[in-house]
Unconditional design. Structure first.
Length: 370
């Protein structure tokens, strides 16, 4: 309001006014009406609400240095490696980065916690709450380590700690952070389609499976560039070394022994880069088409020879039993007659017979009636 060189400015109950004379800060105005002699319009009053916790003004540093906010606002001056967490009325509000801040305290219960970001990692039980606050995304880098895994925390390329499953946060803009996620569960590497020549010059294709788990996460990450690829390579080399020294027949008849030897070789190498081999098995052995036909013929011939041998053994055994039976019957007439009676019984089932028994053998007394 302007009247005869006078200007009036009204400051509301929940406001404060910042008085500037020719753009130079002079004072803070409390709620009420304020009159000033200003015929040339050199005065400016900026009104701000104290209901908003944080005071935002382009000349905030000048206003703070003047001491005008001393009794009405909390001043927070954060250096390069300082960060601050702000609670308002018992609820988390925001994350503050380096800079100077003023927070009104007349109508709100404001709590400030200053943190040294040189530690880089933010250790808090209420991290999930902090991560949702204003300014958290700009100030913090959050990582989630899933169940069954661990996170290897490196600062400026140097190992710091192994992090358990959960959410972890690090301050941005302080140092270079890298987090390696390592799965500790059992995993499988499929060694498929390996063409290998046996000791007797037969080229075959072989498929194998390696089951492993990470036993030492730090070794797995630092000793080799890609531990899964390294395991695949070692398994390939072991397959070629073991299969190449065996003939095809030995390989086909004793796969378990070959698998155990392979497992022993791969275990020794895998331990060097932090892995534990659970099992290694040969899944398939694929022969060339011509070799398959040849093997089938050999197998067929073997089976035929075995069948013939069994038949001959059975025939021999039957003849031996018949010879023994004849000897027994010859030495025992009564047993011989009983045998004749069994034969007659079998014949009588299909024919009409009259049997006359006498002193002589049955064969001389049989009369067949048709």
């Amino acid at each position: 309001m302007y009247m005869a060189g006078m200007r009036k400015f009204k400051v509301g109950l929940h406001e404060r006014g910042f008085l500037f004379w020719e753009n130079e800060f002079k004072a803070m105005l409390d709620p009420g009406r304020h009159w000033f002699v200003d015929p040339f319009f050199r005065i400016r009053v900026d009104l701000v609400s104290v209901r908003e916790t944080r005071l935002k003004h382009k000349d905030l540093d000048v206003i703070i240095k003047s001491g005008a906010l001393k009794n009405q606002a909390t001043i927070v001056d954060l250096k390069d490696h300082d960060r601050a967490l702000v609670w308002v009325d018992g609820r988390f509000d925001s994350v503050l980065q380096p800079g100077i801040y003023a927070l009104w305290k007349m109508f709100r219960d404001v709590k400030i916690e200053t943190i040294d970001a040189n530690d880089l990692r933010l250790h808090r039980n209420d991290l999930s709450v902090v991560a949702r606050g204003a300014g958290a995304q700009e100030a913090l880098e959050a990582y989630t380590v899933e169940a069954g895994s661990v996170g290897l925390y490196f600062k400026e390329g140097e190992y710091q700690a192994t992090l358990n499953p959960g959410t972890h946060a690090f301050w941005k803009g302080v140092a270079k952070v890298k987090l390696h996620h390592v799965d500790l569960r059992e995993q499988i590497v499929d060694i498929a389609g390996q063409e290998i020549m046996t000791a007797d010059k037969v080229t075959l294709r072989l498929n194998a499976l390696v089951t492993y788990r990470v036993a030492d996460p730090l070794k797995a990450v630092t000793v080799v560039e890609d531990f899964r690829q390294a395991l695949y390579r070692e398994a390939q080399l072991a397959l070629r070394a073991v299969i190449g020294t065996r003939e095809l027949d030995v390989l086909l008849t004793d796969k378990d022994t070959v698998a155990k030897e392979l497992e022993g070789i791969v275990k020794n190498r895998a331990t060097a880069f932090g892995l534990e081999i659970v099992s290694l098995g040969i899944r398939d052995i694929i022969l060339p088409g011509e070799m398959k036909d040849l093997m089938n013929k050999v197998t067929e011939a073997k089976k035929a020879a075995e069948a013939m041998l069994i038949t001959r053994r059975e025939e021999t055994a039957a003849m031996r039993m018949q010879a023994n039976t004849a000897k027994i019957l010859e030495s025992n007439p009564t047993l011989m007659k009983m045998r004749e009676m069994e034969v007659l019984e079998k014949v009588a089932r299909k024919s009409n017979l009259k049997v006359i028994l006498g002193e002589k053998g049955l064969t001389e007394r049989i009369v067949k009636l048709l």
